[in-house]
Design a binder for this molecule. Structure first.
Ligand code: ATP
Ligand code: MG
Length: 320
């Protein structure tokens, strides 16, 4: 049976794109062994506030539960709480070239933003390789932004196996079946992102209905005046149609105006988010429950992770 790992960075407010592109496919695939990993270590690669990272990590875990991730079937973990991730990270650094890490597009983009560049930003893709390889997963759902990092993880695994003997499962990147790419409502040329400079085009999973209604009513459309699926010519309208389809679960009916389209989208999004918001409020009343879920997740994945690290140490030449 295939094993999957899906990662979430605790870098801000989760949005509708995260739900449709990552959480729903995770929930839909819960019949196979899966790991939902909150990459809190990755949040330390850029200037960060300690309390915010801690709070966001718990928020992401709570939202995953509220969105229907079943902790009995899917292990929910924070990568910082499973120290095998960091131990393997170092061992994998010893089979990765400096040039390979420095070539990563995301490193170039984020390191060019000014300010101090943390060394961890350079080595983060190697940590991501460890996140994946330590659990012997064979499938990793990834968006385009992560495909170069996944390729590096595959290269590292293949190289290690060839040089030191069969040690790692070489993971395959997959596009989640139902993953529409949800675009920013204020700028439909960019994907909806947690880290977008402005929240104007983002539908937060925990936003109040009034905010969501405003964001959708201000969504950028065009002057064509026809509701039509045309990604090139009418990206804003097409994005709204895709959100409508993803949230209502059916093909949109005949819509004659952008106003009508936006009203339908607002209702469909609200129908999806209202129960998540309610469940989130319930779960937030007992933060110790979320802590327990993370502790159980860790306990369930750790035996395998320990075994992978043991195998790696032995192969690379360390004493047991
Ligand atoms: P950041 O801006 O901090 O990178 P993000 O919005 O890209 O945040 P991630 O934590 O990087 O979110 O990604 C979590 C998951 O959600 C990944 O599987 C990613 O592919 C998916 N995802 C992110 N944005 C979208 C989107 N706009 N549409 C569909 N899926 C998305
Ligand atoms: Mg991202």
């Amino acid at each position: 049976m295939t094993r999957r790992l899906t990662g979430f960075q605790p870098t801000g407010n989760l949005h509708l794109g995260n739900l449709i592109g990552a959480m729903r496919p995770l929930v839909a695939a819960q019949d196979r062994p899966s790991i939902a990993m909150i990459a809190d270590l990755h949040a330390l690669t850029m200037e960060h506030d300690p309390e915010t990272v801690r709070a966001n990590t718990l928020t992401v875990a709570t939202v995953l539960l509220a969105a229907g991730v079943d902790p009995q079937r899917t292990a929910i973990i924070a990568n910082s709480q499973v120290p095998e991730h960091t131990e393997l990270h170092y061992l994998l650094e010893c089979v990765t070239g400096y040039g390979e890490a420095a070539r990563m597009i995301q490193f170039k983009e984020k390191s060019g933003a000014g300010g101090t560049v943390r060394l961890s930003l350079l080595t983060y893709p190697v940590l991501m390789a460890a996140d994946i390889l330590v659990h012997d997963v064979d499938q990793v759902p990834v968006g385009e932004d992560q495909s170069q990092h996944l390729e590096l993880a595959r290269t590292i695994a293949t190289r290690f196996n060839a040089r030191y003997g069969a040690t790692f499962v070489v993971p395959e990147g997959i596009r989640p079946e139902s993953a529409a790419r949800i675009m920013d409502l204020a700028d439909p040329a960019r994907k909806m992102s947690k880290s977008a400079p402005s929240p104007a085009g983002r539908i937060g999973l925990l936003d109040p209905p009034e905010t969501i209604r405003k964001v959708i009513s201000r969504a950028v459309t065009d002057t064509a005046g026809v509701v039509r699926h045309d990604r090139e010519g009418q990206p804003g309208v097409t994005n709204l149609l895709e959100i409508l389809r993803a949230c209502s679960g059916r093909e949109p009916g005949e819509l004659t105006s952008y106003g009508a389209l936006k009203r339908e989208v607002t209702d469909a999004v609200e129908a999806v988010l209202a129960p998540i918001r309610a469940r989130y409020a319930e779960l937030s009343e007992d933060p110790s429950h979320v802590r327990e879920v993370l502790a159980k997740g860790k306990a369930s994945v750790q035996p395998r992770a320990t075994e992978t690290v043991r195998r790696t140490r032995a192969a690379i030449g360390l004493l047991d």
